[in-house]
Design a protein around this ligand. Sequence first.
Ligand SMILES: *[C@@H]1O[C@H](CO)[C@@H](O)[C@H](O)[C@H]1NC(C)=O
Ligand SMILES: *[C@@H]1O[C@H](CO)[C@@H](O)[C@H](O)[C@H]1NC(C)=O
Ligand SMILES: *[C@@H]1O[C@H](CO)[C@@H](O)[C@H](O)[C@H]1NC(C)=O
Ligand SMILES: *[C@@H]1O[C@H](CO)[C@@H](O)[C@H](O)[C@H]1NC(C)=O
Ligand SMILES: *[C@@H]1O[C@H](CO)[C@@H](O)[C@H](O)[C@H]1NC(C)=O
Ligand SMILES: [Zn+2]
Length: 531
Amino acid sequence: MLSYFLLGFLTHLLAVASDDGGITGPTTSSDAAGYSCDASKCKLPTCNCASTSPPGGLKPSDVPMFIVFTADDAVQSYTLDSVNQFLAQRKNPNGCVPKMTYFTSLMYTNYTLVTDWFMAGNEIADHTMTHVGDPSVDEINGNAVALNALAGISQSSLQGFRAPFLNYSVNTLKRLYAAQFTYDSSATSSIPVTDPGTDAFWPYTLDYGMANDCLEVEGSCKGQPVLPGFWEIPMYAFFDELGVAGPHLMDPWLDAPNGGSKPDDAATLTYMKDTFTAHYNGNRQPIGLYTHPIHLSTTYPGVNASKSTIDMINQFLDWATAQQNVWIVSNEQLLAWVKNPVPVSQLNNVDALKCTPPQIDASAKICNGIPNNENGLLSHCTFPDFSFSTCVSQFSVSLCSQPLNDFEYGCPEVEPTLSNPNPAQQVPDGLQPRFRLPANCSTAFWDPIGNKCLCASDSCAFTDISRPIGPAGANFTGGGTGGSSNGIPQPSSPAYVPFSAGVSQLSGLSHLVLCASVGLLFGIVECSKHF
Ligand SMILES: *[C@@H]1O[C@H](CO)[C@@H](O)[C@H](O)[C@H]1NC(C)=O
Ligand SMILES: *[C@@H]1O[C@H](CO)[C@@H](O)[C@H](O)[C@H]1NC(C)=O
Ligand SMILES: *[C@@H]1O[C@H](CO)[C@@H](O)[C@H](O)[C@H]1NC(C)=O
Ligand SMILES: *[C@@H]1O[C@H](CO)[C@@H](O)[C@H](O)[C@H]1NC(C)=O
Ligand SMILES: *[C@@H]1O[C@H](CO)[C@@H](O)[C@H](O)[C@H]1NC(C)=O
Ligand SMILES: [Zn+2]
């Protein structure tokens, strides 16, 4: 039987994911859009008119074909396992494992895994605290505050937002702008690129208002809302044999294609390839795999993801990435290229496409989102209906031979809520709270206990491990395949452990050992009464 926690999480995830963003037909028209933009005034990198042509006046043949990969909702070990089935074994043309964007909501998110996923190079973005449509300021900003406080993601890295159920309003966009987000990605491109009046625009700024979803979102379009420099990254639908009447947006593999009554992997693969080819042979607008990974999980108890669907998605990616100049990217990477578009022959110089892991001593004990480094430093924070892991102190572990997994240093005193997204930490008497990541340090190098940035000198840095691409390099295509069609990928994260089972109590003896060690080393910390 599923535990209360597992069941609660599953029910929550399936409930939010099942209804998260379907469309049935065009969500705009050129009349409704009434869009006009002065391209002589609106110039990159800070302004871009909504256009079906590539940015920077590039010829389509000079433009990389981007496949944006996103996931929504809670981050848990099995949602990451699920994404890894599609990306972990692949390479982009520069030899880097593809990055993706995770739109994270607070409820049921395991903060430690958010840090890990971010440090592995992926983008973390905002999807509200409690997963509501047309979200309030507190829903949007509170989630960013919690991601910063509990996962150590800097506010400057949190650039993007997607509305739950893709339900956004003009006010949502204004709230994002006010909070200095860089982009929203909730709008739909709902008309095939091959149809007249297609709304498959390259990402654009709202200097001249919205050009997508004009039939759906009250008060948008016809020049509104004016949010200079704020980007919309439309979500590009796939279309089945019914064309504009057969759009498939999020988790297309769960839909019944071609007006049928049940999902059909073969037919889905066909229309996904067809839509991709229409983009690739046309103006190369990006295409997107917008996933709710819970539906494709093979490691979550009670979820029975279809193996043939997983194989089909990998077949699609194998097929697409075998073509020249195809890249799987995060929204952040896509936007970096759009802001400063260079032809494919110069992609070696685009920093955003590189893979640059931090160089940090593998033996360093620091909570930085790198499994080796933070091993033994994690703490379970348990609340009645909401639990997660976060970092414990370097202090406690470096002084003691035993990892102290129930030493709840860094856990908030109460659950984060809308009115209090960053509650005070639980701090045992005599110890100091964990210091939060400052703006001038990178997550990888921040020591939350020592309150110092380990990368203040030249002895530490990020190292570029990308390989050259293009004429000087081996090829214009990537490599690797998805894992499941010909060999099961190893889950990159440890198997799921429910919080209740993971929390043990320290014995009185351990307390004594800890206190004795601390006392011996420092001679000042009196801690016998603190546990
Ligand atoms: C969007 O969310 C708001 C607030 O939850 C709700 O009132 C509204 O009905 C939703 N709109 C749609 C189209 O679902
Ligand atoms: C999962 O689904 C497959 C068919 O897709 C079926 O053969 C199998 O029995 C199911 N397993 C469970 C535990 O429901
Ligand atoms: C970061 O800023 C703080 C003050 O806000 C300063 O004391 C510190 O030296 C800075 N660290 C680095 C690595 O620049
Ligand atoms: C890239 O490799 C593929 C398969 O190995 C080959 O068919 C293709 O011609 C190569 N392209 C270039 C530009 O080298
Ligand atoms: C959260 O992630 C940590 C680190 O991988 C893991 O030890 C813990 O079991 C996870 N908890 C849940 C509920 O997934
Ligand atoms: Zn969602």
